[in-house]
Design a protein around this ligand. Structure first.
Ligand code: BGC
Length: 741
């Protein structure tokens, strides 16, 4: 049984058929063609020149995008008029989008509007925390609201489609794209996925302030071997279905209008040409009625995978597998007609793909309102409501990893601030920052200035604005400055370019001279708080050891500096919880909490499953995060009735300030026919507790969530005993046993 919220109503299906019946073959294939900033016709050289300037840092990404779109405009206008383009990526600006849309609607034979897509991942102009950060809020209302705001701003720039949410499970911190998803846990990422789809699409996708979501990258992109981007995933079908697919199913159930295929192969089959994914799982299994787009140039890349002879073969295989739209490499438009003639694809396959594309266009209401109001952007971008929401999300995304009492800092303390990242507005935006701008953004120093803090600033490890690298340690002036300061804030971590696409690392320690800076601070003897700016877990045991407090601030977006100061000075008690495990060393990757039980669990004895030169426990476990207060748990009761497991627990705020706790429930199947994870998150709840207050919290989940795929790939729920832990993080100790009859 599927639970999908459908987007294609019977009325839409009828309109699709009526339109399809009027289309020529060329118009049909045109609908499957998405064009973007890839060279078209005779403009290759000019584009290459702009790219060179971008790479040399002579122009900004925004200037580049503008130029590229401009160059292609003329070449592409004719194609739109002729019905040879169904969609654009990276067309930005209401005027430009309206112009192209007008050609499609008013000058093409059938007047079919365009899908205009962009990676609006964590905001368009008002930038929210990167997804990995926002996930740490464990707050579905935050996930949904930031997506709704991003949708509104995206509409204002003429878009009707975002290539988000990315819902890839990431277990390996070397993989740079870990920044773009919600972390390593299937349940949390599923909640994130569904909330994002609701946020982008709203209750009614055709409302003019909503855009189509795109669950990506289908599938197992995060399982890249070695954490190297674009690498193969070699995983069992059970792992695929138990770990990597659930967030996609959640996105589909929530009604995601589109899915994007992943670049990687799974067990040797490129996702772009994998019928199991699109037919068996997505359409037959989950009842998906939307459209599937390839990743950028991924159809052509099937040739590089070595499973297609040439681009034409790649196009035929992709279409036959269920890949509806070709992103950016023109393989479909150039080859499908010939492939049809050859009999390598069928008209039915082409028609089905076109149906899926048109279905999304009708569901979006594009035939009714193809254009956007060009005055919207001025009113919406960075408006007070959007900035306030971004600040709130940023506060909730931070995770206090360590605190020996230094935080919160007093506002009248004399502070020394070190680390180049403290002064870098642009770096706060993180990867895939839409149309976010450096100058709209608050860095840590902006936050301190707004609070009227007395501080001295020394970059010590400056950030190079052109290369986005972190420089060597320069100790000039540090000893004197330390002398004068009551306490130090050290801004450490990564620039925005160190995570995201094609940003895999084989060393997830601190870059540049930051280790030397940490050593100098330790030697200096002044209390110091490390504030981390990064898009992945870092291996930083030395920072944990040297610093009095460690605040994980990630890349928090437009309001970063203000939100960080809210936490540093105690106006907001940190409430974020990690959604990825922090290892001590890069060599532990992939490191994740929900690994299956081995025959020799890591322990004191040598011949157990561990490294000789690393601690058994991670540096910071999944779910970890401190507050300015403390919480105690007692009275755990769990039972199953009518297919629902219910747990009740008493949570008490034992400290002296009010704060929010995230109550987490973990499960382990004690005896099963396949080895099961040592712990798996099955439920969580947020609870606000005044100082000294105790509350009974109830957590529920469906008993069939205790199941798994057996060796023959049947989903089974095996009766027996299950360990249940409830508490503050994945090391929670309050335990009971649930017996499932
Ligand atoms: C990325 C996708 C993205 C697409 C379009 C690709 O390189 O993998 O996540 O949506 O580009 O920008």
């Amino acid at each position: 049984m599927t639970h999908r919220k459908k987007i294609v109503t019977p009325a839409i299906a009828a309109r699709v058929e009526e339109l399809l019946a009027k289309m020529t073959l060329e118009e049909k294939i045109g609908q499957l063609n998405q064009v973007g900033p890839t060279p078209v016709g005779g403009v290759d050289l000019e584009l290459a020149e702009w790219k060179r300037m971008l790479d040399a840092g002579k122009i900004t990404r925004e200037e580049y995008d503008k130029a590229v779109a401009g160059i292609q405009m003329d070449a592409q206008e004719e194609d739109v008029r002729a019905g040879r383009i169904g969609s654009f990526l990276v067309l930005k600006g209401a005027e430009k989008c309206n112009r192209m849309q007008r050609i499609a609607v008013e000058e093409s034979r059938l007047g079919i509007p365009l899908l205009l897509g962009l990676d609006v991942v964590h905001g368009l102009r008002t930038i929210f925390p990167i997804p990995l950060a926002e996930a740490c809020s464990w707050d579905e209302a935050v996930f949904e609201n930031s997506a709704a705001i991003a949708a509104r701003e995206a509409v204002a720039t003429g878009l009707n489609w975002t290539f988000a949410p990315m819902v890839d499970i990431a277990r390996d911190a070397r993989w740079g794209r870990i920044a773009e998803g919600a972390g390593e846990d299937p349940l949390l990422t599923s909640r994130f996925a569904a909330a994002k789809v609701r946020g982008f699409q709203g209750p009614d996708l055709s409302a003019p302030d909503r855009i189509a979501a795109c669950a990506k990258h289908f599938a197992a992109y995060g399982a890249a071997i070695g954490g190297r981007d674009y690498n193969s995933a070699d995983i069992s079908l059970q792992t695929l279905h138990e770990v990597y697919l659930p967030p996609f199913e959640a996105a589909s159930d929530a009604g995601a209008a589109t899915f994007m295929g992943a670049f990687n192969d799974i067990n040797g089959v490129p996702c772009t040409t994998n019928p199991y994914l699109y037919k068996n799982v997505l359409r037959d299994g989950w009842g998906f009625d939307g459209m599937v787009v390839s990743d950028a140039s991924a159809v052509a890349e099937v040739v590089a995978h070595g499973t297609a002879a040439d681009r034409a073969d790649a196009a035929a295989q992709s279409l036959a597998a269920g890949m509806d739209m070709d992103m950016g490499c023109r393989c479909y438009i150039e080859n499908l007609a010939a492939k049809l003639e050859e009999g390598a694809v069928t008209l039915q396959q082409i028609d089905d793909a076109v149906r899926h594309v048109l279905g999304v266009k009708f569901a979006l209401g594009l035939f009714e309102h193809p254009y956007v109001d060009p005055t919207l952007a001025d009113r919406l971008y960075l408006c007070d409501e959007h900035r306030a929401a971004a600040r709130d999300a940023a506060r909730r995304s931070m995770v206090l990893l360590k605190n020996n009492g230094l935080l919160p800092l007093k506002k009248d303390a004399k502070l020394l601030v070190v680390g180049g990242l403290a002064a870098e507005r642009g770096e706060m935006l993180g990867t895939w920052a839409g149309m976010g701008r450096r100058d709209d953004t608050a860095c840590l120093l902006d936050g301190l200035n707004a609070c009227g803090i007395d501080y001295e600033y020394l970059p010590c490890c400056p950030v190079d604005n052109e290369t986005h690298t972190i420089g060597n340690f320069d100790p000039a002036g540090l000893a004197e400055a330390l002398e004068k300061a009551d306490a130090v804030i050290a801004a450490l971590g990564e620039t925005k370019n160190m995570s995201g696409e094609a940003s895999s690392l084989c060393d997830i320690g601190l870059a540049g001279g930051q280790d030397a800076l940490v050593a100098a601070l330790k030697a200096g003897g002044k209390p110091f708080a490390a504030v981390l700016f990064n898009g992945r877990p870092l291996a930083i045991p030395h920072v944990d050891e040297a610093a009095d407090a460690v605040l994980e601030a990630w890349h928090l977006g437009t309001e970063a500096g203000y939100a960080i100061c809210d936490v540093l000075f105690g106006d907001y008690a940190p409430s974020g919880r990690l959604t990825t495990t922090f290892p001590h060393h890069t060599g532990e990757c992939p490191r994740y909490y929900n690994h299956v039980s081995t025959g020799r669990p890591a322990g004191a004895i040598r011949h157990s499953c561990k490294y000789m030169d690393a601690p058994i426990q991670p540096l910071y476990p999944f779910g970890h995060g401190l507050s300015y207060t403390a919480f105690a748990y007692r009275d755990l009761t769990v039972w199953e009735e009518n297919g629902t497991v219910t747990a009740t627990v008493t949570v008490c705020n034992t400290g002296s300030i009010a704060a929010e706790e995230t109550v987490q429930l973990y499960v382990h199947d004690k005896v099963a026919s396949r080895a099961r994870p040592v712990r798996e998150l099955k439920a969580f709840a947020k609870v606000w507790l005044e100082a000294g207050e105790a509350k009974t919290v109830t957590l529920t989940f469906a008993a069939d969530k205790l199941g798994f795929y057996d060796i023959a790939m049947n989903y089974v729920v095996e009766p027996g005993d299950f360990d249940i832990w409830v508490g503050h993080d994945s090391t929670a100790e309050l335990h009971t046993v649930l017996t499932l009859a």
